[in-house]
Ligand binder design. Structure first.
Ligand code: PLP
Length: 385
C-alpha cells in the first residue's frame, strides 16, 4: 500500500554509522532508522546474539517461561527503576498496553468516564487508541470516530492543567513524551516533568511517559525522565530496544504495577527468545561501551557547535536537543533538505515541517559527529541564504 513517501535509494549493507547503497555509495547515517539503530548498523554483538539464538530457539510463546525474557525484564527494571514489564513488538503496542493500564486503573478508582490527559503535538503511534492519544491532526484525520477519553492540552505548559472541577474529577493519568520527537524535538523547560510528577502524585493520577524515541540512552540517560530524577508510574520503550529487531516494552511501577493480570492483556510474539536476545545484547553493549555517557557528551558537543555556527543565522529559529536527539528549527518548511543531504551522502530527517531532526547512532565517533555538523551547517546556511 502507498503508506510511505519513500526516497529513491536502497541500502544493501551497513556498519556502524555508515550505510552502503546498492550502487556501492556510502552514506553517513544521522537518523539511525528513526532512532532505532542506536548501536549503529550490523553491530557484531547483536548479530552474534541473533545468529546464536536463531540457531537455538526463536519462539515458544508466552504459554511457557522464557528465561531470556525474564533476564531482559531484570535488566530493564534495573535501568529504569520500574517494577514490572510487559513485552510487545512496537512502540504503538507498548503505548496500547500503557493505555489499557490507565483504563484498569480508572476501573479500580471507580471513575466511570475516565480521561487521560495527552499533549498537543505529541505522537504515540498509529493504532486506533494511540492515534487517539496523538496530538497531531494530520495523523488522526480520516479515522474518526476516535477512541473517547483523551483531553489534549498544550505541551510544556503547566497552567494548561488547571482544569474545571467536573473535568478534573475524571482524570486518571497524564501521558506524554519526555521530549517530543515527531512534534519537532520539543524539549520541555527544566522542571516541567518534575512539576508534572508532583501534580500527578497530589491528584492520584498516573504519570505515563512515552520514551519510545527518547529511551535506551538516546538523550544521555537510559530514560529522559532520569535527567529530572523522577519516576513515572508507566514507561514505554521500543525503537532502539532491539537495535532493529522488533520489540517493545511497557514498564510499570507503583500504583500501575499490578493492573494487568492473567487474561487481561497479551501478545503472541512479545518478548520471544530471539527479540529478548537482541535487546539483552543492546543493553550489555550500551553498558560495556559507556554509550549512554557518550551520547550525553557527544550530543552536547554537537549542540554547542550548531549553536556556534548557526545561532546567528537569519532563518534559524531555534537549536535544541538533549544527548543525540537534536532539532534545528527553521523559519520555513525545509523538507527539501532531506534530498539535499542525501545528495551529499548524509541521512537526516525533517519533522513538523521545518525542524531538521538528527538522531545519529550512539556509537558515533567524534570525527563522524564533526562531519554531520559540517554538512548540516552547510545545508542550513545555503537554505537560509
Ligand atoms: C515511533 C514512536 C511511536 C510508535 O512506535 P511504532 O514502533 O512505530 O509503533 C510511539 N511514540 C513515540 C514517541 C515514537 O517516537
Amino acid at each position: 500500500m502507498a503508506t510511505y513517501r519513500r526516497l529513491d535509494v536502497a541500502f544493501a549493507s551497513g556498519r556502524g554509522a555508515w550505510l552502503t547503497d546498492q550502487a556501492g555509495a556510502r552514506y553517513l547515517d544521522a537518523l539511525s532508522g528513526i532512532a532505532v539503530c542506536g548501536l549503529g548498523h550490523a553491530h557484531p554483538a547483536v548479530a552474534e546474539a541473533l545468529a546464536e539464538q536463531a540457531g537455538r530457539l526463536v519462539h515458544t510463546s508466552n504459554l511457557y517461561r522464557i528465561p531470556l525474557q525474564e533476564e531482559l525484564a531484570e535488566r530493564l527494571t534495573e535501568v529504569t527503576g520500574m517494577e514490572r514489564v510487559f513485552f510487545c513488538n512496537s512502540g504503538a503496542e507498548a503505548n496500547e498496553a500503557a493505555l489499557k493500564i490507565c483504563r484498569k486503573f480508572a476501573r479500580h478508582k471507580q471513575v466511570a468516564e475516565p480521561l487521560i490527559i495527552a499533549m498537543t503535538g505529541s505522537f504515540h503511534g498509529r493504532t486506533m487508541a494511540t492515534l487517539s492519544a496523538t496530538g497531531k491532526e494530520e495523523v488522526r484525520a480520516g479515522f474518526e470516530p476516535l477512541l473517547p477519553g483523551f483531553l489534549h492540552v498544550p505541551y510544556n505548559d503547566l497552567s494548561a492543567l488547571q482544569l474545571p472541577e467536573a473535568v478534573h474529577a475524571r482524570v486518571v493519568a497524564v501521558m506524554l513524551e519526555a521530549i517530543q520527537g515527531e512534534g519537532g524535538v520539543n524539549v520541555p523547560t527544566p522542571g516541567y516533568l518534575r512539576a508534572l510528577r508532583e501534580l500527578c502524585r497530589r491528584n492520584g493520577w498516573l504519570l505515563v511517559l512515552d520514551e519510545v524515541q527518547t529511551g535506551m540512552g538516546r538523550t544521555g540517560a537510559w530514560c529522559a525522565y532520569q535527567h529530572e530524577a523522577i519516576l513515572p508510574e508507566v514507561v514505554t520503550l521500543a525503537k532502539s530496544l532491539g537495535n532493529g529487531v522488533p520489540i517493545g516494552a511497557c514498564l510499570a511501577g507503583g500504583a500501575a504495577a499490578d493492573m494487568l493480570q492473567p487474561g487481561s492483556h497479551g501478545s503472541t510474539f512479545g518478548g520471544n527468545p530471539l527479540a529478548a536476545a537482541a535487546a539483552l545484547a543492546v543493553i550489555r553493549t550500551l553498558r560495556e561501551q559507556h554509550l549512554v555517557e557518550h551520547a550525553a557528551t557527544c550530543g552536547a558537543a554537537m549542540l554547542a557547535r550548531f549553536r556556534e555556527q548557526l545561532g546567528a543565522i537569519d532563518g534559524v529559529v531555534a537549536i535544541r536537543g538533549k544527548g543525540l536527539m537534536i532539532g534545528i528549527e527553521l523559519e520555513r518548511d525545509c523538507g527539501v533538505l532531506v534530498e539535499q543531504a542525501l545528495q551529499r551522502r548524509l541521512l537526516l530527517n525533517v519533522t513538523a515541517g521545518k525542524v531538521v531532526r538528527l538522531l545519529p547512532p550512539l556509537v558515533i565517533t567524534e570525527q563522524e559527529a564533526d562531519q554531520i555538523v559540517a554538512t548540516v551547517c552547510l545545508l542550513v546556511k545555503e537554505f537560509c541564504h
